[in-house]
Design a protein around this ligand. Structure first.
Ligand SMILES: [Zn+2]
Length: 265
């Protein structure tokens, strides 16, 4: 898989929470859809047959189950609206008519009026885009907010096919190389990112790396992430995850370096 090429494209997603579109509170489903049906928590409106994407929806179900099992993310209380387009022109026309302020991105997650919506069109990275944006949707369907860096780190982690998450992501090689030199990306720098426009390719990689560390590294890191998300859900001021991890794990950066130096295929 041409991961490097794909990543250049998929980093251009956008997650918008509590955003007010210019027209209506949700995208209307009045397009000539080839297929409209409920698949698990997803209300899918597609301009093409979904019969060739059975595996993709199995992946989405897996993401939902894994978010629940690993991070205690609750099931969506309302269907996640998913709009799938045959090509970019149709996608842009739909988005521009309903969300004129939305940037030109290959795929979008938008939360508006409490409704989570995913938009994507058929392309080489279609399934990666859908897994990425759906991860945002599942998180935001349960939580009142998710810090940008963590939101993107989780979406990057879950965007690959489930079998590739732990060991098959192309980010892993770069992180192994960095950590051979004892370098850990600063989690505090990632926490300062307030807007997706401040995020470059390396930032997505670093967000992914900290998520990988919390999911596959020390048990204490995973436990702190789960508690942090629980505080957000309970509307308890969660503080910075970096502070919480540092309190819980002495020599946090060294543990991060050790994690990637020893993590093996
Ligand atoms: Zn994203």
């Amino acid at each position: 898989m041409k991961r490097n090429k794909i990543h250049l494209l998929t980093i251009c997603c956008l997650s918008i929470a509590l955003w007010s579109p210019a027209i209506g509170s949700t995208a209307r489903a009045d397009e000539p859809w080839a297929e409209q049906r409920q698949i698990g928590p997803f209300a899918v409106h597609s301009q093409f047959s979904l019969k060739d994407h059975v595996g993709l929806f199995a992946d989405l179900k897996q993401i939902q189950q894994d978010l629940k099992r690993c991070l205690a993310i609750g099931d969506p209380r309302a269907p996640i609206q998913m709009y799938l387009f045959a090509d970019k022109a149709n996608y842009r026309r739909f988005i521009e008519a309903r969300f004129p302020k939305a940037p030109d991105r290959p795929a979008l997650f938008i939360k508006s009026g409490g409704v989570c919506m995913v938009f994507a069109y058929q392309s080489k990275q279609f399934e990666i885009d859908v897994r990425h944006e759906t991860t945002h949707a599942l998180l935001h369907a349960d939580l009142p907010m998710v810090p940008l860096w963590l939101d993107e780190g989780l979406a990057e982690y879950f965007e690959v096919a489930p079998k590739d998450r732990a060991l098959g992501n192309s980010y892993l090689g770069t992180m192994r190389l960095m950590t051979q030199f004892g370098i850990a990306p600063k989690i505090t720098s990632l926490e300062k990112k307030a807007n997706i426009s401040e995020m470059g390719g390396s930032h997505y990689r670093y967000c992914w790396a900290w998520v990988h560390f919390m999911l596959h590294g020390p048990r204490e890191a995973h436990g702190e992430l789960v508690r942090y998300l629980a505080d957000i859900r309970a509307m308890t001021p969660p503080g910075q995850l970096s502070d919480r991890l540092s309190r819980r794990i002495p020599r946090l950066n060294k543990q991060f370096v050790k994690h990637f130096r020893t993590w093996q295929r």
